[in-house]
Design a protein around this ligand. Structure first.
Ligand code: FAD
Length: 398
């Protein structure tokens, strides 16, 4: 009934991504992070390895692997740096899987296939200057005009804003209806009226790209509406069920990076005549990292298992995301501590881990939002109703 082993295919992917990270990311990442440089050529290399559509069915241009293979990819990528895991999270988790779940055949043909092949990049535009956790407060407007909608508004903190070809944009079609008045649109960068501006000087994920998307009288064909009018909130939440899965998996990888760096340093650095790894308080910090890592990984893989079976996993993925991101953040705090003053320097990777580990505690549902969700589920105040469209089970039907 319970099988904790990787399949041969999953192991091969894990090995491939690890090799890729060790060769293509590790040697350069400290410099890219310092220079705030997003190395976009890596997106093409990830695409060449089939990693931009790993769990998208083959008939839609992907590799047709199971959902836990996506988790494995994210885990291994974030062992290198959060920036590249974020790219896969946004492109595959938040955008492509949403097209797979909610898109019609025309939209899958036109947008999902090139995204799954990595020929086009997808992003996700929900957050606005005045609306993050409170999604129903978004102000971007979409007004129907014949066979088009006209979009006006601005999105902020959008990952991949400067490199994405396609955005999922959430806008109000009926501002009086709160969250029931939100609709989702596929917006191309080339549509007149779309502009983007990447941010500089973020605390972390400095080797990645995040910023604003401005929409000024953007004419979007009605055929680019994803789902029905008023269905946008449900679409956004189901997208987050997939995005959170990738964020949680990435956090497991970051925790692993903290363990690797801490173990290495604890064996090399000596105080009071012995390696610091021989001091029990240092061992305690590493032991907590290991416990958190193992528990978080199990929570993540359980979600993948549920996705493979077509089961609703909003509660379980929220728990995995909250827990795994808190574990990763604490692991990074302790990894810096184990490195002493060296941990405070850019000469060692752990200060980057700490800066990177903060964002996932904020995005895709802050720690507080996940705690509220878990409290509400436990108390019976929150229950999930069936959705009109579900993510396909794995193995996919051809
Ligand atoms: C690096 C990065 C990348 C991002 N990428 C994307 C992206 O690609 N697409 C996208 O749409 N967004 C993205 N975001 C935005 C992110 O999803 C939001 O920042 C997040 O949802 C929180 O919203 P906020 O920043 O407006 O905080 P707010 O919602 O204003 O919250 C501020 C504080 O109040 C707390 N709070 C809010 N409501 C409650 C409550 N009811 N009870 C208790 N506490 C509460 C929060 O937990 C938080 O601590 C990104 C953010 C970052 C940092």
């Amino acid at each position: 009934m319970f099988d904790f082993s990787y399949s041969e295919e999953q192991l091969a992917v894990k090995k491939m991504v690890r090799k890729f990270v060790d060769k293509e990311i590790m040697p350069y990442i400290q410099e890219w992070d310092a220079k705030q440089h997003f190395e976009t050529s890596l997106l093409k290399k990830l695409a060449d390895l089939g990693l931009m559509g790993v769990c998208i069915p083959e008939k839609y241009g992907g590799q047709g692997m199971d959902y836990n293979t996506l988790a494995i990819v994210c885990e291994e990528l974030e062992r290198g740096d959060t920036a590249f895991r974020t790219a896969v999270s946004v492109h595959t988790g938040l955008n492509s899987l949403t097209l797979l779940q909610w898109g019609d055949e025309f939209q899958k043909e036109k947008y999902l296939i090139p995204q799954a092949k990595g020929e086009k990049i997808g992003a996700f535009g929900l957050t606005e200057p005045n609306a993050g956790s409170d999604v129903a407060a978004i102000q971007t407007r979409a007004v129907r005009d014949g066979d088009h909608y006209i979009l006006n508004g601005s999105k902020t903190w959008i990952s991949l804003c400067d490199v994405a070809d396609h955005f999922l944009i959430f806008a109000k079609t009926d501002p009086d209806k709160g969250h029931r008045g939100i609709t989702c649109f596929i917006v191309e960068r080339t549509f007149p009226g779309v502009t983007t501006r990447g941010f500089k000087d973020k605390l972390g994920i400095r080797a990645g790209n995040t910023g604003e998307v401005i929409l000024e009288d953007v004419r979007v064909p009605a055929e680019n509406r994803l789902g029905e009018e008023g269905e946008g909130f449900k679409i956004a939440m189901s997208a987050l069920d997939n995005g959170r899965f990738t964020v949680a998996a990435g956090a497991v990888g970051l925790t692993q990076a903290c363990i690797e760096a801490s173990v290495k340093y604890a064996k090399e650095r000596e105080t009071f005549g012995k390696p610091i790894g021989r001091h029990q308080l240092v061992q305690q910090m590493i032991a907590k990292m290991v416990a958190g890592y193992e528990a978080a990984r199990l929570l993540v893989y359980r979600v993948g298992w549920m996705k493979n079976r077509g089961m609703r996993n909003t509660r379980e993925v929220s728990l995995a995301k909250w827990f795994a991101c808190d574990v990763a953040f604490q692991a990074a705090v302790d990894a810096v501590q184990i490195h002493g003053a060296n941990g405070y320097s850019h000469e060692f990777p752990v200060e980057r881990y700490l800066r990177n580990a903060k964002a996932p505690v904020i995005y895709e549902g802050t720690r507080e939002i996940h705690q509220i969700m878990q409290g509400e589920y436990a108390l019976g105040y929150r229950k999930d109703k069936p959705l009109r469209k579900n993510l396909p089970k794995w193995p996919f039907e051809e």
